[in-house]
Design a protein around this ligand. Structure first.
Ligand SMILES: Nc1ncnc2c1ncn2[C@@H]1O[C@H](COP(=O)(O)OP(=O)(O)OP(=O)(O)O)[C@@H](O)[C@H]1O
Ligand SMILES: [Mg+2]
Length: 275
């Protein structure tokens, strides 16, 4: 029997996936500290841009990473002390998610928080199964799902950390996204970590091939980041780029950049495309 086309394919526009980095929505150097000003400004920019369909993903920043590191969540189950650690890491992420969803709703965006740990299982750290049906239906109805990097059940390890970056890439592929916009705390992708090397040059436009050549020069993070900082981010985005989904990396700490990126206006940042 021929399968019915899913309704998401009938959406007039392909979805945009926007990642708000934990480096932007939290104070990454201070455990469990949100950047409420940035959250308010960004949700205002998202509201003004009025893009649909839109899926939001936010990172862990100082809510997820320090607890995940303290309890060794990414490495999987080793002893019973980690069980409370998993709960605490996940709970910290739900608190950050609530702050962001509250702010979106205050700006009249029909945001719905979606817990990755309830609809995704990984196997040795890679997404093995993901129930995207609720997300597709939400998009058809005009909702804005808001997911995040999370502590998730893992078929091999017991549990692990699913990065917001892996999630962004998987969502983009599964939901047949048009583009990915990644907001971070630096002006884009550089030929070296700009926080370490002051003379690092920003790369404005890259092909997938050029990105692969550059990979060895990309650093992790100067802050606590259990999922590999910029290096991990780039590695995760490769599968989406292979599928022809473009990636724009912008500085979301600078007012107006996320608004412009959503509107498709030219901005200072890095655009990566397959060809
Ligand atoms: N070549 C590079 N170009 C740009 N940034 C780089 C590079 N190498 C390393 N970085 C670092 O990557 C950091 C951004 O990644 P990081 O994982 O810390 O943030 P994030 O993904 O927004 O946070 P989270 O993982 O909590 O969502 C920047 O602050 C920068 O210092
Ligand atoms: Mg990161």
């Amino acid at each position: 029997m021929q399968e019915k086309p899913t309704k998401v394919q009938k959406l007039k526009t392909k979805p945009t996936i926007l990642k708000l980095g934990g480096s932007v929505v939290t104070r990454k150097e201070k455990p469990l500290t949100p950047n409420l000003r940035a959250i308010k400004r960004l949700t205002n920019e998202i509201s003004k841009a009025n893009i649909s369909p839109l899926v939001l993903v936010h990172g862990g920043g100082s809510f997820g990473h320090p607890l995940a590191e303290q309890y060794g969540i990414k490495e999987g189950y080793k002893d019973s002390s980690q069980i409370m650690g998993f709960s605490k890491t996940h709970q910290a992420m739900t608190k950050l998610n609530k702050l962001i969803v509250d702010s979106l709703i205050n700006h009249n965006i029909p945001a719905v928080g979606v817990q990755p740990s309830s609809c995704i299982v990984t196997k040795a750290g890679r997404i093995q199964s993901m129930d995207e049906k609720p997300l597709k239906r939400m998009l058809e109805m005009g909702f804005v799902p808001v997911l995040y990097g999370d502590a998730v059940p893992d078929a091999k390890l017991g549990f692990t950390v699913l990065s917001g970056d892996q999630l962004v890439s998987a969502l983009a592929t599964k939901l047949n996204a048009q583009r990915i916009i990644v907001g971070v705390d630096v002006d884009g992708l550089f030929d070296a970590d700009p926080k370490i090397k002051k003379t690092a040059k920003k790369l404005s436009h890259l092909s997938l091939g050029e990105l692969k050549q550059l990979q060895g020069n990309v650093g992790k993070s100067t802050a606590c980041d259990v999922t590999g900082g910029m290096f991990g981010k780039i590695a995760e985005l490769l599968p989406a780029l292979e599928k022809g989904i473009s990636v724009t990396i912008v500085n979301a700490t600078k007012p107006g950049r996320i608004y412009k990126a959503l509107k498709g206006e030219s901005i200072e940042g890095t655009l990566i495309e397959k060809e």
